[in-house]
Design a protein around this ligand. Structure first.
Ligand code: SAH
Length: 441
């Protein structure tokens, strides 16, 4: 099975190469020596991760060719924009039409106006415009990242988090470094994943050396884009993990409101979180970041600022999902936001960063609303994650109660995602290059 299609190298200029995918050309950073024009490669997130023998590549491309164009047509037919009429107000129609047809930056006050929409038909019109933009700028590619949650021990006391030190009732588990390498390599070579996130609580049992050994252990055996997501590992830790082969960091800033941040993260500061993200970007990491929606005391202005902060951090991917209260935390009595708040956030993120952004449907959103993936992918999002955590451990990764997919096998999760993508005309490929592009120009 394959979550990315091979491309043919058509130009090489130092570390920058141009790749052709059925006539669409993309740029990527290449770290493989001796790559030549005409060679086939797999790229993820703007990085070349592996060279593919020509015979194998041509076989995969032959299988893909018809499907590729068929999916594109289906997506095209589902992503049209028609100026809203009826109950939607004049201001909304005018703004959405301008956004769907033009390329100008959308003022903050208009973005806030979108976040403040309450009427379902208005929100449906917003979704349609955002989906149209996704289609126009990024086509039908949808990345599928695998996430391996290798430890739920955590030394931190984040006020909302079900695996934080607050939750005395959690069943704690920790995979051995070799088990993590084994599970990651299986996901890559058996199931075809090309991008993996390694996530855990801040678990002091793993030293930076251990984490480096995990990353390099995977990279030595299998080609993949590895994201780390183990909390604040320090700037030196980030550098060492980059050297070990990590090329992505998934770290939400959670909320960009410093007062709220400090209330929810005792002993920690927003500045330190942002310092990690900025330093990681400068080192060359791709960033996946964002925050929680619906935290007690959070306003829609805060949500807008969080979207703009994600953009200013030059994130490769936006990760925004609902806060869902966990009974073992200080926020046990708080409430989740409605699914519409999340939809609006995804759509506004797309409108604010129309050309480049990858926007992921989070598992928390899937937990909040059953049809979250379909709705989110139709509201401007273009990425999903699949949990690779062994079945016996996954149900103990209780960030919040009743986490979606806790009891589904990996095979079921994969076929479920592929069916949905096919239905929506999305190709499970990753041929985007936003970060590499910005670094190369
Ligand atoms: N230790 C890592 C990973 C944290 S857990 C780090 O510090 O980055 C992964 C994510 O789960 C967090 O970033 C947080 O946004 C999300 N999360 C935790 N508790 C949650 C809850 N109650 N509802 C929704 N999302 C939650």
């Amino acid at each position: 099975m394959c979550y990315s299609i091979p491309g043919r190298v058509v130009d090489i200029d130092g570390r920058t190469i141009i790749i052709d995918y059925f006539g669409e050309q993309r740029r990527a950073v290449n770290e493989i020596k001796n790559l030549r024009i005409g060679d086939y490669i797999y790229a993820q997130g703007g990085y070349v991760i592996d060279a593919v023998p020509a015979g194998e590549a041509e076989e995969v491309l032959a299988l893909w060719k018809e499907l590729f164009f068929e999916l594109q047509e289906r997506d095209q037919s589902l992503s049209g924009f028609t100026r809203p009429s009826g109950q939607t107000g004049d201001r909304l129609s005018r703004l959405l039409e301008r956004i769907a047809t033009g390329g100008a930056e959308v003022p903050e006050e208009d973005l806030l106006y979108f976040l403040n929409l309450e009427d379902e038909a208005d929100i449906a019109a917003l979704m349609q415009a955002a989906n149209h933009l996704r289609h126009k700028h990024l086509g039908n590619s949808c990345c599928i990242h695998g996430i391996l949650e290798f430890s739920n021990y955590c030394s931190q006391a984040c006020g909302y988090c079900g695996i934080s030190a607050h939750n005395k009732g959690a069943n704690r588990y920790r995979m051995m470094p070799e088990e993590v390498v084994e599970a990651a390599c299986r996901a890559i070579n058996k199931y075809g994943f090309k991008a993996l996130v390694l996530q855990s609580g801040e678990d002091p049992a793993y030293s930076i050396d251990d984490l480096c050994r995990i990353v390099s252990g995977i990279r030595e055996r299998e080609p993949a884009l590895i994201f780390i997501s183990c909390g604040e590992v320090g700037l030196n830790g980030l550098q060492r993990l980059y050297e070990a082969g990590a090329r992505g960091l998934l770290m939400r800033f959670e909320t960009g409101n410093p007062r709220l941040y400090e209330q929810l993260h005792p002993g920690r500061s927003l500045d330190s979180r942002l310092e990690h993200l900025r330093a990681a970007f400068d080192m060359g990491y791709l960033l996946i970041t964002g925050g929680l929606i619906g935290l007690p005391g959070q306003t829609r202005e805060d949500v807008l600022n969080d979207i703009l902060l994600t953009r200013s951090l030059r994130a490769e991917m936006y990760s925004f999902g609902p806060f869902i209260p966990h009974p073992g935390t200080p926020l046990a009595g708080a409430h989740s936001p409605s699914a519409l708040e999340i939809i609006k956030t995804l759509s506004v993120a797309r409108i604010a960063d129309a050309r480049d952004a990858k926007i992921v449907i989070t598992t928390s959103f899937e937990t909040l609303a059953e049809d979250a993936r379909r709705r989110g992918l139709s509201a401007g999002a273009n990425s999903v994650m699949i949990s690779l955590t062994p079945d016996t451990l996954r149900r103990d990764y209780t960030l919040y109660p009743d986490r979606a997919h806790s009891n589904e096998s990996l095979e079921y999760q994969i076929s479920d995602v592929l069916d949905l993508l096919s239905d929506l005309g999305r190709a499970p490929t990753d041929i985007g290059i936003s970060h590499a592009d910005s670094q190369l120009t």
